[in-house]
Design a protein around this ligand. Structure first.
Ligand code: MD3
Ligand code: FE
Length: 220
């Protein structure tokens, strides 16, 4: 008999809570983005129209299964020259679309609620997962200031987020992230290894057969 509150491998607290055992500097807010979505989804459509989602290549030459775009003053890119933030979209040669005010408002509300006041993101990475797409365990180290948190918003199909430790080999907790869920990651958790398990097939009522993840960062 399983007397745990949670399924075997998916830790899924309902209220504001540490994200995983020991992850005291990160906060999960279930459904926090839902009231913003009527305004956010049309803004997201406009972003991916101006800066289409694309499969970038890692420095090692592997095509990423996640398709990416950005909005804000800076955007995260990867190619044969490495990982970095850039002010211009390499596909169009134009600046990334500006960050919509409703994106910034949501990110700042979340950061404040999570105990990170004064968060001023200058980059929003848009990740698009089709079924089967995944993100291998990695650290986010391309930003200048690791004291700023990262805020993420999950939309569409559910995903299993993998939350590891300070070393790549540390065992990762598995956390279900659902449509509208928001997480702020900061402090001692900011440099933890993390990833996303291969997305399962499915159809989301609003977004169809995909998951979109927005991550707000202070890159410069
Ligand atoms: C924990 N994206 O874009 S968001 C990424 O769901 C990335 O698309 C995943 O990892 C996604 O780099 C996870 C959550 C996330 C983002 C940054 C973190 C978690 C983090 C930085 C430190 C610790
Ligand atoms: Fe990451």
């Amino acid at each position: 008999m399983n007397l745990s509150l949670f399924a075997d491998d998916d830790y899924a607290p309902l209220g504001p809570a540490p994200l995983a055992p020991g992850a005291t500097a990160s906060v999960l807010l279930r459904g926090f983005a839902l009231p913003y979505l009527d305004e956010m989804l049309p803004a997201l459509d406009a972003i991916v129209l101006a800066a289409p989602l694309r499969h970038m290549a890692t420095p090692g030459g592997l095509r990423m299964s996640v398709a990416m775009s950005n909005c804000g003053a800076l955007g995260w890119v990867t190619d044969a020259r490495g990982y970095r933030y850039a002010g211009l979209d390499p596909v169009s040669g134009q600046p990334w679309p500006p960050m919509p005010p409703v994106f910034l408002r949501l990110a700042q509300e979340v950061a404040l609620a999570a105990g990170y006041p004064g968060f001023t993101p200058d980059a929003c990475l848009v990740n698009r997962y089709a079924p089967g797409a995944r993100m291998a365990l990695h650290q986010d180290r391309d930003e200048c200031d690791f004291t700023a948190p990262i805020v993420s918003v999950s939309l569409g199909l559910p995903a299993t987020f993998l939350f590891g430790g300070a070393q790549r080999a540390d065992k990762a907790a598995r956390i279900a992230l659902l449509h509208g869920d928001v997480v702020a990651w900061g402090g001692a958790d900011r440099l933890r290894f993390h990833g996303v398990a291969p997305l399962k097939e499915g159809e989301h009522a609003l977004l169809g057969a995909q998951r979109i993840n927005l991550t707000f960062r202070k890159a410069a």
